[in-house]
Design a protein around this ligand. Structure first.
Ligand code: T3D
Length: 256
């Protein structure tokens, strides 16, 4: 069994970080496997939704601290190993759900924030962690966190690095839902299956719209929406959506 377990069923690929002895800390091998996995997902039309979770009691506590200080600078590590993974998730034209089964800290929290939907087990914990070891936010966290919780709260969470419970994370909008731990994968599976049966290309275009909205002016956004709606209107799923409406039935989206 490798450091990243993969299971494909019904159009949903489940990726399980599998280094439970370190709560699934990110080492070079795991980061490389994640990068490969998301590239494979992008190229495989049969995969229409992804679930990212952890094996054991942790989701991911960020960088494997036992692997630091072995020559490569942190900047190099981020540019060559972390940033490509974060970009791959954000730019993937398919929905990615984080099933946060336990602690998410440091770049492990960044990984969760890069996902499109976050569902947490009631016992999960959320820690920015960087300043606990004298570092600053990385792996996209300084971009993503203030957009979720606001500037002031983001500063507080980054500077003081408290340990947030799942309910506190829900209250701040860091997670979409909290469920009992034993129900986490079942609930996430249902959500992932619903997304995997949806208009996949429209979901991908929505991700693009949201990314654009972060830096664009209103005029840019209006024009970009018009362009993406044109693309959406050329999909088979749009034709199916219209047919289903007229025939008064549920649409059967193919993802094309
Ligand atoms: O450019 C770069 O490469 C730098 C990038 C940096 C990005 C970052 O992610 S910086 C932030 C790094 N993460 C942390 O600082 C968190 C470190 N971990 C913790 O603070 C705690 O482990 C937790 C709060 C996450 C969980 O605490 P607890 O009490 O539930 O578990 P524990 O006993 O501390 O951990 C269990 C095991 O996992 C333990 O191993 P052992 O003693 O049983 O053999 C622990 O050492 C290991 N572990 C946890 N986190 C990491 C780790 N091993 C390596 N790296 C870790 N990050």
């Amino acid at each position: 069994m490798g450091v990243l377990e993969k299971e494909l069923a019904g159009g949903v690929l489940t990726l399980k970080l599998n280094r439970p002895e370190s709560l699934n800390a990110l080492n070079q091998e795991l980061l490389a496997r994640l990068r490969e996995a998301f590239a494979d997902v992008a190229a495989d039309a049969a995969i229409r939704a992804v679930v990212l979770t952890g094996v054991g009691r942790g989701f991911c506590p960020g960088q494997d601290l036992n692997e630091l200080g072995r020559g490569e600078s942190l900047a190099e590590t981020l540019r060559s190993r972390y940033n490509p993974v974060i970009r791959a998730i954000l730019e993937l034209d398919k929905p990615v759900i984080a099933a946060i089964n336990g602690v998410a800290a440091g770049a492990g929290l960044s990984l969760a924030l890069a996902c499109d939907v976050r569902v947490a087990a009631a016992e999960a914990l959320f820690i920015t962690a960087f300043t606990r070891i004298g570092l600053v936010a990385d792996s996209g966290m300084s971009f993503l966190l203030p957009r979720v919780v606001g500037w002031g709260k983001a500063f507080e969470l980054l500077a003081l690095s408290p340990s947030l419970t799942a309910d506190q994370a829900l209250h701040l909008g860091i997670v979409n839902r909290v469920v009992p731990g034993e129900r986490l994968l079942g609930e996430v599976r249902l959500l992932a299956e619903e997304l995997a049966c949806g208009p996949t290309k429209a979901y991908g275009l929505i991700k693009r719209e949201l990314r654009k909205s972060v830096t664009a002016t209103l005029e840019d956004v209006l024009e970009y929406e018009a362009w993406l709606q044109e693309l959406a209107s050329r999909t088979e799923d749009y034709q199916e959506g219209l047919r289903a409406f007229r025939e008064k039935r549920q649409p059967a989206f193919s993802g094309q």
